[in-house]
Design a binder for this molecule. Structure first.
Ligand code: KG4
Ligand code: ZN
Length: 311
């Protein structure tokens, strides 16, 4: 079964054809990120105009790359929520019209769950049940996943998302937008043996997160230590966020007696998170899955893949 997936929830216009929920036949993404960079964050109006401009050609290209015609599509899948309302409207209107014209089913997909589904597009497919950590610019949540239709929310951020904290810290330090990739790169240049320490609120005995306090701590620290090396500041910040994420994941795996851990969302691209989580989980006999970088950020393959289980 060939499913055409469409993703327009934020700043990426994406289309993809996935066969039988597993095999990516095409995966086309065009981002409007550069158009937002000078504003220090996503401007919804710019994002939705970009989707309108590109959606036709992106869908066409996804069919060309997959070597199929529109009539070879068995269903149309689209991200229905969460996301920027104007951006979602472009994708869902396009998908609805296409499904009606082709007389093929329309499948509406949750963006957050699709990020975790990206792990099922790997050569080796994870086994369920699993614990799922979603870390993106807008969300940070832990799920217990027992089937493709059964995601139980265990905890979520009470304030900023992990990616949002990276973006805000980068803004405080004038590092540009988005903050995650640049902080990841700079942290690797830190001497690492400095005595800067930040910490995230532990929120003990819950699976909830909080990242707004650490962002404020970075702000005050840099104000009172203007000569501190930016590499060392971002290293200390990143270490603390990663430590908190690792702790919560292992705690959830242990309490729910689960040996599979799935990670998804833009922050899953973070090199320190990838290394530290693999290492710590490995020691506890937990198998951890991260999508390749191209499937960590927003894409439509995760949408088309997940839809196979909902048609
Ligand atoms: O999932 P995503 O592409 O969009 C949302 O649905 O939010 O995630 C974007 C977020 C941004 O906050 C960005 O700073 C963060 O992912 N990010 C990273 C890295 N690459 C992207 N955060 C930390 N380290 C990275 N290497
Ligand atoms: Zn996303």
């Amino acid at each position: 079964m060939n499913i055409l997936g469409i993703e327009t929830s934020c700043d990426e216009t994406a289309a993809s054809v996935v066969k039988d929920g597993r095999t990516i036949l095409s995966n086309v993404v065009v981002t409007s990120l550069k158009k937002h960079a000078k504003f220090g964050g996503i401007i919804p109006e710019i994002a939705s105009r970009h989707h309108l401009e590109f959606i036709n050609s992106i869908v066409e290209q996804s069919l060309i790359d997959a070597h199929i015609k529109l009539n070879d599509i068995d269903a149309v899948a689209v991200t229905a929520s969460p996301g920027l309302i104007g951006s979602l409207l472009v994708g869902t209107s396009f998908a609805r019209a296409l499904s009606f014209a082709l007389n093929k089913p329309l499948v509406e997909i949750d963006h957050i769950k699709a990020h975790l589904y990206a792990n099922f597009l790997l050569e080796k497919s994870p086994k369920l049940p699993a614990i799922g950590l979603i870390v993106s610019g807008g969300h940070t949540s832990l799920y217990q996943i027992t089937s493709f239709k059964n995601f139980k929310l265990l905890g979520h951020t009470l304030d900023d998302a992990a990616g949002e904290a990276f973006d805000k810290v980068a803004r405080i330090l004038n590092l540009g937008y988005p903050g995650g990739p640049v902080i990841d790169r700079l942290a690797q240049k830190s001497s690492k043996n400095n005595n800067i320490r930040f910490s995230c609120a532990p929120l003990k005995d819950t699976f909830n997160f909080s990242f707004s306090g650490i962002k404020t701590a970075v702000l005050y620290y840099t104000k009172s230590n203007p000569k501190a090396k930016v590499e060392d500041v971002v290293f200390a910040f990143q270490e603390s966020v990663v430590q908190n994420l690792v702790y919560k994941c292992l705690d959830a795996c242990q309490k729910l007696k689960t040996k599979t851990l799935l990670v998804g969302g833009g922050v899953a691209a973070n090199s320190s998170l990838r290394n530290k989580l693999q290492e710590a989980a490995g020691k506890s006999g937990i198998e951890t899955f991260f999508p390749p970088i191209a499937l960590c950020v927003d894409n439509a393959a995760m949408v088309a893949g997940m839809a196979y289980h909902y048609v």
